[in-house]
Design a protein around this ligand. Structure first.
Ligand code: NAD
Ligand code: UFG
Length: 347
């Protein structure tokens, strides 16, 4: 069993991963400035896991803090911390490049100095050139349509160069497809600030009465029902993928790039229908115009994850939509608490 530093561990994917790591007997230290998360999450993680993670409040770009945190016997790091809103990154590119690149540079510099060379990095399917041929394998051409995407691309480049420079590094670049759902307990889940950009949080907010109707972004795509197809993956599956990635990292050297997806695509209309069926709630929707930049179809070839990590997704969209609704119903306004501990320099 190992001691894992989880940057951004109070966030959506990080919190589920911390529960899973603790459940597998690992010790967990979370480093997060709570700029896009809440302190409430920490108690909920402890409650579900029956074990408390250590928590360090602060910024991954704070070199002294990272150095002190790594000195606490850390064996490996999962680096989730970063900003993630595609549209916002177009409006505020410097804020995105600064946070998403500096955090990795400071973290890896301090890891190198401490001789801790095992890292799992959160990348995204957004690095694939769109539209991609489906299913999308790791060797597909890369190109990004937003500063956010380029920060993932550049991080992958930096980390790959690092692994070449010092062969004892063990680095996993995990490209997530569309993470959705929540822990089945309903105690932790996705809590987007403001109007959700993504499909499933929007659906659950319509269901809970926070929004009047869903706008379907176009139904004239070259897909069977005309709406876009994505590879939705349960956040619980992503969490178990990170545990598998840590196990792999602890035993191997070099750099690996792995898709985390299910290999199955679902359309927007299929998601609405599945939500209605599994939860017994009608989702009012209207057909709107296409959203600029949307690819008609994207889903993963997940075979490399099975071959390298021995991991495959277990859950389908009905599970994701049931658990997302359970979370939203139990927490209609998310974690609700103001981010009292937000670090003033969080930008
Ligand atoms: P999230 O915003 O819920 O979690 C990120 C966490 O990092 C937040 O708690 C935030 O407070 C923290 N953070 C940000 N910058 C920080 C810094 N400099 N120092 C300390 N803490 C910092 O996001 P998420 O959905 O859990 O995503 C986690 C990672 O996965 C991100 O890197 C994201 O880009 C990547 N990813 C997410 C998705 C998705 O759809 N959710 C898809 C692909 C990749
Ligand atoms: N959609 C709607 N109505 C909404 C919201 C979304 O019809 O209110 C549609 C979108 O147009 C798209 C599909 O639902 O066709 C899925 O949209 P999401 O925003 O949920 O997911 P994306 O695939 O567009 O984006 C996600 C992440 C990005 C990441 C990208 C590629 O949010 O961060 O996957 O991995 F970059």
């Amino acid at each position: 069993m190992a001691k894992i530093l989880v940057t951004g561990g109070a966030g959506f994917i990080g919190s589920h991963t911390c529960v899973e790591l603790l459940g597998h007997g690992h010790d967990v230290v979370i480093l997060d400035h709570l700029g896009n998360s809440s302190r409430v999450v920490l108690d909920r993680i402890s409650e579900i896991a029956g074990k408390k993670p250590d928590f360090v409040l602060g910024d991954v770009r704070d070199r002294d803090l990272v150095r002190d945190t790594l000195a606490a016997g850390i064996d490996a790091v999962i680096h989730f911390a970063g900003w993630k809103a595609v549209g916002e990154s177009v409006e505020q590119p410097l804020r995105y490049y600064t946070n998403n690149l500096d955090s990795t540079l400071v973290l890896c510099g301090e890891m190198e100095r401490a001789g801790i060379r095992r890292l799992v990095f959160s990348s995204s399917a957004t690095v694939y050139r769109s539209p991609a041929e489906v299913p999308v394998g790791e060797g597909a051409p890369l190109w990004c349509d937003s500063p956010y995407g380029w920060t993932k691309f550049m991080n992958e480049r930096i980390l790959s160069d690092l692994a070449v420079s010092e062969p004892s590094w063990s680095i996993l670049l995990l490209r997530y497809f569309n993470p959705v759902g929540a822990h089945p307990s309903g105690r932790i889940g996705e809590d987007p600030a403001g109007i959700p950009n993504n499909l499933v949080p929007y659906i659950t907010q319509v269901a809970v009465g926070r929004r009047e109707f869903l706008t379907v972004n176009g139904n004239d795509y070259p897909t069977p029902d005309g709406t876009c197809i994505r590879d939705y993956i349960h956040v619980q599956d992503l969490a178990s993928g990170h545990v598998a990635a840590i196990d792999y990292c602890l035993k191997h050297q070099g750099v690996e790039t792995v898709n985390l997806g299910t290999g199955t695509g679902s359309s927007v209309m299929e998601m609405i229908q599945a939500f209605e069926q599994v939860n017994g709630i009608r989702i009012p929707f209207r057909i709107g115009p296409r959203r600029p930049g949307d690819a008609p179809m994207s889903f993963a070839d997940p075979s490399r994850a099975a071959a390298v990590l021995g991991w495959r997704a277990r859950y389908g969209i009905r599970d994701m939509l049931r658990d997302a609704w359970h979370w939203q119903q139990a927490n209609p306004t998310g974690y609700q608490q103001p981010d009292i501990d937000r670090v003033p320099s969080a930008d």
